[in-house]
Write a protein that binds this ligand. Structure first.
Ligand code: SF4
Length: 296
């Protein structure tokens, strides 16, 4: 179901700028996500989204964004893509992400987009415009295998289409890289998967890859994930239960070794493991004595 709603606000301040993307504001133009990844953390009860497959479209988002940006004194990176994918299929018709980027370009704010959607290429013109200030696009890729991706990220474009989008973004001078998170225990935590992602990302011109070797598991998110494990990977739910019990963080098997190998491959290929972040322009302050001399 797709339903229109009115939002009360659109830019949420990020209290502690995150280490990964350096965000100052977060923007969600929709609620719910059509990509339906089986591991999605947005299903957790704390986010109060009753039915995650219902898509709520915030029809007044652009008007709110314009109003909120006109009042902001401090420039900081606006992130989109944390609770839903800004380039899920509904965006092709509704164009909220495109319109929001146009407003961001007008107000000259920096932006970070995280997505699995190759629809991002439709907005290359606006992203190029924003990149005069700062624009980075992280494409999420957790497996190099299209067949596995169909089971764990059933509504998202094929992994090969995501690598191809990454290539086009890089060729157009956009800061683009891979968000390699989560890495699902027993499904994606093997050396060959990580090696292939790193090498294919390199071929596609990725500037960085940000990994998280493991996943979160909590309440409704865990229930949904286990249901889907039973459906697609019989026997795996029991392995998870034995290994992780009710813990919130489920680390990848051999996480330390995986990370060491990952860093080695990235070093070899010259790929950063951190994303370059927006740095506000330095205001040249005239020394006090110079001001006094001028005033005299
Ligand atoms: S694309 Fe992101 S927000 Fe959407 S279902 Fe997948 S993990 Fe969740």
């Amino acid at each position: 179901m797709i339903k229109d709603i009115k939002a009360r606000g659109i830019l949420n301040p990020v209290r502690q700028p995150d280490d990964w993307f350096g965000l100052r504001y977060n923007m969600n133009l929709y609620r719910g996500c059509q990509h339906q990844c089986i591991y999605c953390d947005s299903r957790s009860a704390c986010y109060q989204i009753e039915n995650f497959s219902d898509i709520l479209v915030k029809t007044n988002a652009i008007e709110l964004l314009r109003k909120e940006l006109s009042r902001k004194r401090v420039k900081g990176t606006i992130g989109t893509g944390s609770m839903n994918d800004p380039y899920m299929p509904v965006e092709a018709r509704r164009e909220l992400t495109r319109q929001a980027l146009q407003v961001i370009a007008e107000y000259r704010f920096p932006v970070h987009i995280i997505t699995k959607g190759d629809l991002v290429l439709r907005d290359l013109d606006v992203i190029c415009l924003i990149s005069q200030v700062f624009a980075a696009v992280s494409i999420t890729i957790t497996t190099a295998d299209d067949e596995l991706a169909k089971k764990i990220e059933p509504g998202a474009p094929a992994v090969s289409a995501r690598f191809s989008a990454l290539r086009t973004l890089s060729q157009n001078g956009i800061i683009a890289g891979v968000s390699l998170m989560p890495v699902l225990p027993f499904l994606e935590d093997n050396f060959e998967n990580i090696r292939q992602i790193v090498f294919r990302a390199h071929q596609a011109g990725a500037k960085y890859i940000i990994p998280a070797f493991g996943m979160t598991l909590r309440d409704r998110q865990r229930d949904y994930y286990y249901q889907k494990l039973e459906l697609h990977f019989p026997g795996l739910k029991g392995k998870y239960q034995r290994k992780f019990g009710f813990s919130y963080h489920a680390s990848a098997n051999h996480a330390v070794e995986l990370e060491q190998r990952f860093r080695g491959w990235c070093r070899e290929l010259g790929i950063a493991t951190r994303m370059p972040q927006y740095a506000p322009p330095q205001v040249n302050q005239m020394p006090l004595f110079a001001i006094q001399e001028q005033a005299a």
